[in-house]
Design a protein around this ligand. Sequence first.
Ligand code: FRU
Length: 488
Amino acid sequence: MQKELVRANAANAELRGCRNDRWYPRFHIAAPAGWINDPNGISHFNGRYHVFFQHYPYSSTWGPMHWGHVSSEDMVTWRREPIAFAPSTEADLDGVYSGSAFEHRGRLEVFYTGHRWFADRGEAREVQCRAVSEDGVSFEKLGVVIDAPEGIGDFRDPKVWRIGEIWHMVVAARSLENRGQVWLYTSTDLQNWTFEGVLFEDPDPNVFMLECPDFFPLGEHWVLLYGPMGTAPRGFVNRNAHNSGYVVGNWAPGQAFEPLTEYLPLDWGHNFYAPQSFEAPDGRRIVYAWMGHFERPIPPQLTDGWSGQLTVPRELTLNPDLRVRSQPIAELERLRADSTAVGTLKLEVNEERLLLADADAVEIELSLDLAATTAERVGLRVHETPDGTHTFVGYDAITHRVVLDRRLTGQGDRGHRAAPAGGGENLRLRILVDRGSIEVFVNGGEAAISSFSFPNEGPRSVTISSEAGTAAVDQLTIHTLRSIWPAE
Ligand code: FRU
């Protein structure tokens, strides 16, 4: 193994020894220790699913990027693999940045961005690089395939896919006029790439970069997914330091992309960025995203030796109204260890009921009859510890939205997020609670909210409450969830 990788794996193992697990995920992909950001190279190869991620194995802060790696037969339980890439070449000495992977002729092909930073000039140089693997675990770097265009510093995150005999690649670029663009390249041999033009430019002149572009067919249309940099908050949208969303449109090879929607969020939570999708062997479009924060340290980063996790895998489908629906892949139900059907409930005015005294990793399915509910807010206090701190997840009748409220959360950032509650009289929530995060899926994935939530010391209870009115719960089921790491 290359000496940089030996050193990185050894450092990671040493840091692992200092990890504190109070918030370490049970059913989300995370590094054994250290920092992670974007999911990379999600693929199926040699009978296993592979997920890589941006990783700094030496400490829990961002640093020269490596690619961490895990693999799985079923996307339910995972095996940790050695770190796949470390900075080692002239092109990637300051970071092996994000990219994609796919199987081709019995090998795993990887395209990533080689990052260089020249502090004296305050300039980045980013190029697209290729690597291959025979076994999916150790890789040979094949060098630069697309050089940095003259004057373009931000040029990264290649996502490659195939149509017939032609390979296509989208890359994010900051144009000479400081506009956020997605560039399209094609190739017939994966080595020589031709620039086809600008596939998309964000209409907002303040947006200067569209990180991690992903472009794929869904239903009868094409979806362009990206992380616009330079956005300002707009009501409930773009509230985060880094936001991601999508545009749905029409496209065919050789033609211009014709957007049919405005930019829409794929997730309304605090911590959802750099989503990357892949096509599973059965044709499903599945996405993972990063839950993290670039601008402010999260609590485990300060004290626990790790930072960042991925979301659960979500299957994407397209609704007739051109909204992308995302819900946990069906396989995740296999994580359920014990299930308790609480059934129907009628909560009186201001009633509270303890559901779980100590929830480590749970999934809660809650269905509300809104027509028979008069409460202003009805929902769950999760991650509630004996000192009373908690995170609230539920329905807010005043705004007719589903809220995730961290005003009284134990540790970390505060604030709330609110997603549309849909048009029906029945509201279905599926809530995945891990040790340091919460993901909420509304009405079968019409909307999702993914946020960190770091509880204080002590058992973590779950309580259902109805505020200033009654609540009619049609169905309530609680599942405890297993770990995705059988060996740990
Ligand atoms: C997005 C990003 C990518 C880049 C990577 C570096 O989170 O900034 O554009 O490739 O992270 O870690």
